[in-house]
Ligand binder design. Structure first.
Ligand code: NAD
Ligand code: MG
Length: 402
């Protein structure tokens, strides 16, 4: 079966968004267009059957995408959200009910430490356990300068994004069984701060270190801790103060693909990090892949591919497989089958893993390159190969794929 190519540009929205603004926290049901959290597309295959998940900020956006994916993978799900977001939570509840699923709604304000502790206890009791914790709630208010950030805003940003994560994790870990997972939502701002999101970026940077440190600490208890770090995603966060005045219209257009991602694109990273079988997802930051899809996908910063030994494949082959796999998933093929087909296609097209070339070592190749000779069994000189690679990159960049 031949692979149908999907042009990532224009796949979702590639033009301007209508300028829009809502009072914080914003309702995604009133956004134009309404974010796509996988309501109509996610097909589960029971990969999280028997699991008990609590997702903060689960009414909308990335949290909603996680809640939908987890439930369709067989997990029991509870979501927390701010009481002002009841309408979005009710919409999700209705979707679950139509599918014959239960969704536990646990509204409350995460800036209150007592509520955070109570939330963990209530989720555990209502779900009959707690072994998958997605600490995803976030607060983002853009301000031009440091002088524009009030003490209250700074405090609220830190309390929502960082303190609540600490309060909830602290309460939860003692009773999470071995094999459990915690997934924190960081951001591309954890690594590359936007000037107009000083407090937000600082909190997200702290989440990266918090995640790594907690992962080290909990490894011996058999609890994996990871973070996802999305680029620009079309959610209520952005239209309720997350962008400067006038910034919504062009939101996401400064990425290589020239558009924002949709929340549904985060589901694979979240599901992957949550699964008990994914032992390699430990202390990882799954972050935006900068060159490939521009703000919507994630990659593991360190470590190997999630399943099997794919270390003999080149980065290009891995990206190709991931792209093909997503295409299958979008057409309703289950994750495991999509992955199998993707790798079968890559193997067929490239004849398997990395070519070892002439078998010469790195040092030898380097020596050869220095002398201007051939490297890696290629008939091109080092200089020619570099020029060709650069030209290819330039072409991809011009086309917007670079
Ligand atoms: P969203 O507005 O849909 O979700 C954020 C959620 O945070 C809200 O739904 C709300 O339930 C919760 N929240 C905020 N303050 C709260 C409080 N005091 N009490 C209880 N709940 C509270 O937007 P989203 O983009 O899906 O955000 C989810 C996470 O993704 C956030 O941590 C955000 O920082 C992160 N993120 C988003 C983007 C993006 O471009 N949208 C990029 C990188 C990271
Ligand atoms: Mg919301």
């Amino acid at each position: 079966m031949s692979e149908k190519l999907i042009d990532p540009i224009g796949r979702y929205r590639s033009g301007d968004f209508a300028e829009q603004r809502q009072e914080w926290p914003g309702l995604q049901r009133e956004m134009e267009p309404v974010p796509d959290c996988g309501e109509a597309s996610y097909v589960g295959t029971g990969r999280l059957a028997g699991r008990h998940a609590l997702v903060t900020g689960g009414d909308s956006g990335i949290g909603r995408a996680a809640a939908i994916a987890f439930a369709r993978e067989g997990a029991k799900v509870a979501i927390n959200f701010h009481p002002r977001e009841q309408p979005d939570a009710d919409d999700l509840h209705a979707l679950f009910a139509r599918e014959g699923r239960d969704l536990t709604l646990l509204p409350g304000d995460l800036t209150d430490p007592d509520f955070c502790a109570q939330l963990v206890d209530d989720a555990r009791e209502r779900l009959g356990g707690l072994d998958l914790l997605v600490l995803n709630a976030g607060y983002q208010q853009a301000q031009k300068t440091i002088e524009d950030i009030s003490h209250e805003q700074f405090d609220r940003t830190m309390k929502t994004n960082l303190y609540a994560m600490f309060w909830i994790a602290k309460r939860a870990v003692g009773s999470m069984p071995r094999g459990s997972a915690i997934i924190n939502t960081a951001s591309v701002n954890s690594f590359n701060p936007s000037g107009e999101m000083l407090d937000y970026a600082a909190s997200k940077g702290a989440i990266e270190i918090f995640t790594k440190g907690l992962a080290k600490q909990l490894a011996q208890r058999g609890i994996r801790v990871n973070a996802v770090a999305p680029g620009p995603v079309w959610t209520a966060l952005q239209i309720s103060g997350g962008q400067l005045e006038g910034g919504v219209r062009k939101f996401g257009q400064n990425t290589p693909l020239g558009r924002a991602g949709q929340p549904r694109r985060t589901r694979r990273a979240l599901c992957g990090a949550g699964r008990a079988g994914q032992q390699l997802y430990h202390r990882q930051h799954l972050r935006r892949r900068r060159r490939h899809r521009g703000g919507i996908a994630f990659q593991q910063r360190r470590g190997s591919m999630p399943r099997g030994d794919k270390s003999s494949y080149t980065g290009k082959q891995k990206r190709q497989a991931e792209h093909i796999e997503e295409g299958y998933e979008d057409r309703g093929v289950g994750h495991e089958e999509a992955e199998r087909r993707a790798w079968a296609t890559v193997n067929k097209q490239t004849g398997g893993g990395k070519k070892s070339g002439s078998g010469r070592g790195k040092k030898e190749n380097h020596e050869s390159a220095r002398r201007g000779g051939h490297i890696g069994g290629s008939s091109q000189s080092h200089a020619t190969r570099s020029a060709a690679a650069k030209k290819g990159w330039e072409t991809r960049r011009r086309r917007g794929n670079g």
